[in-house]
Design a binder for this molecule. Structure first.
Ligand code: UD1
Length: 422
């Protein structure tokens, strides 16, 4: 199993290219199942989660070619030859549930393994299922699988209000509604940029969608969708992560391809903490305003609020800020697993339920730490960049799910970081 060794090396300066969004790509890929014609994605990130989705789509009969070193995914689902998403693939990645809506909408039936829990919380899929049921699907849960059927072979338009905001459930329902008979109105829909990106791609495929980027999506179902070519939107979580590098280490980093509209609430918090973010022609430039970073309070919320996927990385920054910060995690019930690891590096953190109090220390110290999930793993790398001495982060397979070429990108800015294979 690989580990990453980071040695704190002072201020870092340079430019970091930001990849296409993992979470957008993972919902755009299943959209290929909606059409008999090819769907090509450009600006795809090179990540193990994308390889897992490729494997899943191929198991269903789709052709997926990875071109230009993985930056382009050329997909074609002329026939769906197998309508069962197997447990062995689904258990690796929860986003696998996103094949359910498209298969059911196109062919009227689908069988998908229940994804099960994961380290950051129970993460049920009940909202995905309720939205599909509202569109007429009959669902039978047995042997760990969701057996879904559309009576008469086609879903029908419906008005469905999500009881609370879910990114994945909105995506599944949106894709399903594009081929349903009649009009679907999804209320209290998630507004994440990845959903707007999905809506843009579906529209290029011929879908009729209104309201993207708002909490009400109106979809007029069509009989069939065409092929399309679509560039994956910039990864706002990778962007936010690298914006934290000069905040935590000093120096100045320009995040190439970064956009303020993708990270509004996060950039506001950085500003409050004493970190300046400016728009350039190439992206976003970030540096400390003057010396020390100050404590700030953070509450995670659905977009456009502060993203849960940047909470762990923000905590790493606040470990060395002056004063006490309070972080409230409102999206997932168990998302502070990075805290005990940061404490091993000398951080002062008290966790009570969904709230963490972080009191800044002068210096973190390098230690052996363990990555527990994707965003936690990168928070430990950020902490390691700011720490005295050597930090060894083990279980970096979590990191490889969501960050491509981390070592290379950070080394180009002067970081001492390397991967060791055990
Ligand atoms: C997506 C992102 C993930 C991010 C999360 C929140 C992808 C592949 N993953 O995950 O990186 O952290 O959004 O921004 O895009 N819930 C239910 N029932 C459901 C669905 C969700 O109770 O049917 C709960 C979840 O347990 C969680 C909350 O709703 O507490 C929000 O989850 P959701 O927005 O659905 O997250 P994902 O789509 O799984």
């Amino acid at each position: 199993m690989d580990s990453i060794v980071v040695t704190g090396n002072g201020a870092l300066t340079g430019a970091i290219p930001i990849a296409g969004a993992k979470n957008a790509c993972l919902t755009l890929m299943p959209a290929t199942l909606l059409s008999e014609e090819p769907l090509t994605l450009t600006n795809a990130p090179r990540l193990s989660d994308i390889a897992t989705m490729t494997q899943l789509l191929r198991s269903l009969g789709a052709e997926v070619a990875s071109l230009q070193d993985g930056l382009v995914l050329a997909m074609s689902s002329h026939d769906i030859s197998n309508h069962t998403a197997d447990y062995d693939i689904v258990r690796k990645m929860r986003a696998s549930i996103l094949v359910l809506g498209p298969m059911l909408a196109r062919d009227g039936h689908a069988v998908v393994s229940l994804p099960g829990g994961c380290a950051i919380g129970a993460r049920p899929v009940d909202l995905h299922l309720r939205a599909l049921e509202a569109m007429g699907a009959t669902l039978d849960l047995r042997d760990g699988y969701i057996h879904a059927k559309a009576p008469g072979g086609r879903l029908k338009g419906a008005v469905f209000e999500f009881p609370f905001v879910s990114v994945g459930a909105t995506e599944n329902a949106l894709m399903a509604a594009t081929l349903a008979k009649g009009t679907t109105v999804l209320k209290n829909a998630a507004r994440e940029p990845e959903i707007a990106d999905l809506a843009r791609c579906l529209r290029k495929m011929g879908a009729q969608i209104e309201g993207e980027g708002t909490s009400t999506l109106t979809i007029q179902g069509v009989d069939r969708l065409n092929g399309a070519t679509h560039p994956v939107v910039t990864d706002r979580i990778e962007l936010g992560t690298y914006m934290l590098v000069p905040a935590i280490c000093g120096g100045e980093i320009e995040c190439l391809g970064g956009r303020m509209d993708l990270v509004g609430a996060f950039a506001e918090k950085l500003d409050e903490a004493g970190v300046s973010v400016t728009e350039t022609e190439r992206g976003l430039k970030v540096s400390r305003k003057n010396g020390q970073v100050r404590a700030v309070n953070v509450t995670t919320e659905p977009f456009p609020g502060f993203p849960t996927d940047l909470q762990a990385q923000m905590m790493a920054l606040l470990c060395t800020a002056s004063g006490t910060s309070v972080l409230e995690e409102k999206i997932f019930e168990n998302r502070f697993m990075h805290a005990p690891e940061l404490i091993r590096m000398g951080a002062r953190i008290d966790v009570h339920g969904g709230t963490a109090r972080v009191t800044g220390v002068d210096k973190l110290r390098g230690a052996r730490v363990m990555a527990t999930d994707l965003r936690a793993s990168v928070s430990l790398i950020l902490a390691g960049l700011a720490a005295e001495g050597e930090t060894v982060v083990s279980r970096v397979y979590h990191l490889d799910r969501g960050y491509e070429r981390v070592e290379e990108k950070l080394r180009a800015c002067g970081a001492q970081i390397e991967r060791i294979s055990a």
